[in-house]
Design a protein around this ligand. Sequence first.
Ligand code: HEM
Length: 480
Amino acid sequence: MRQSINRATHTPSGQASKPLYPPAPRPQKAPLGPFTMLRLLRRNPIETWTEAHFQLPILIGPTILGQVAVLNDPAAIRRVFVDNASNYHKDRLQKRILGPGLGQSVLIAEDADWRLQRRILAPLFTPKTVATFAKATQECASEMVARWQRLPEESPLDIHQEMTKITLEILGRTLFADGLDRRPEEVTAAMTRYFETIGSLDPFDLLDLPNWLPRWNQWRAKSALDFLGDTVSALISRRKRLLARGVPNLQRDLLTLLLEAEDPETGVGLTETEVQANIVAFIGAGHETTANALTWSLYLLSLSEEWRARLAAEADRVLDMPVESQAEHLIETRAVIEEAMRLYPPVASLSREALDYDDLAGRRIRKGTVVMVSQWVLHRHRLLWEDPDRFDPTRFLPGQREKIDRFAYLPFGAGPRVCIGAGFAMQEATLVLAQILRAVRLETKKGFKAEPVQHITLRPRGGMPMILHHRLQRHGKIRH
Ligand code: HEM
């Protein structure tokens, strides 16, 4: 159902603000030929969508990826991800791209293997456990902001780099109780290299050529994966030594859970390869995504004086409360993050392969069809959103939020394989954003236009250069 909202918005001085349409590639007028398609899939997959995709509930047809159905019908999406989820597996292309590093992890595993891993990991992500991560999150954010406050007024900052760094630090202090050991910059660099390499899709994968043919991308990604593998091996060995010595008060973090896990039915634990793959999966899935959500939120705020002022005022009100209850009071901050993830979804497409035929949105789906839901398209679909390309966080304020169809907005996916870290990510993003807005104002250079590019996650091409202005002086006084 199309969302209808009263959109009167105002600047802090009370004037009506101009509607804001942040940058996005223009949809193609007509379907692309195979060569242009191949080139754009490698360069930036979000540039391949046509006007019809943004207007129709379903489009099915042969493509260079085989038979593909692109779904934008909430009821049909619900069928694929919930009601008939057992008929859909992760598709060949996804498995091929992510397989070498993550094949044995919860991200890619299927059926019984997946269920076991998900069950093992669940205790780390209950709302109660996630709430205990608030303090470490806040500490990391205050340290980052304090570092910025030591910089001169108008210092340049690459906000994408900064957000990638802080989200990794937060992961290191929450899911990995004794840290990530190596210098976080090195881990971030390896992760970025890995995603950038595998994210610019390999032509051999796109053409579905056999696995034994060597892939240029896999070869380039190898050094990053080797580095991450070594880092994780070192973490595992250190932790095994501590567990063997029976060190008291060892926090039950991700590593302990994975190492001590046992299937309740068979008593079998995870293999070392599975433990490793899951650690790499969590480092990957758990920081780049949240970093992008924060980066795009800060970009949109740099374009909207009204929302920047509203969020700064909210941060001033809420950040003196006990840290565990701050996130639930950061209501407008959360609305901005949700709107940023609508316009710039960190995970910009989901795909599945039909194991058997199905009927979706009135069309027959053949066995083997790849069913795609692109959040980039879905979140800007003409049938589902009013004024879809406009930045308007009021859509997500209480009273309006409930009107959004659960299956029209999927930043974290849906169904049994919904993002396990969604609560963790939202708490983290709201706390970090509020700390930033209380202390500083970030502006982009005049004339700068961000370019979203989908390389596994949706990131700004070339980073997000911004200019720092101090709002809160170090002794806590607000500048006006
Ligand atoms: C804004 C931040 C995040 C976004 C937008 C995001 C998005 C997603 C999406 C869309 C999926 C579903 C993929 C599919 O169905 O094919 C997913 C799965 C997953 N996410 Fe996240 N994620 C975020 C943060 C996190 C964090 C912080 C963690 C862990 C600390 C995490 C761990 C995972 C894992 C392990 C899965 C696989 C779940 C399964 O298959 O059972 N994510 N994420």
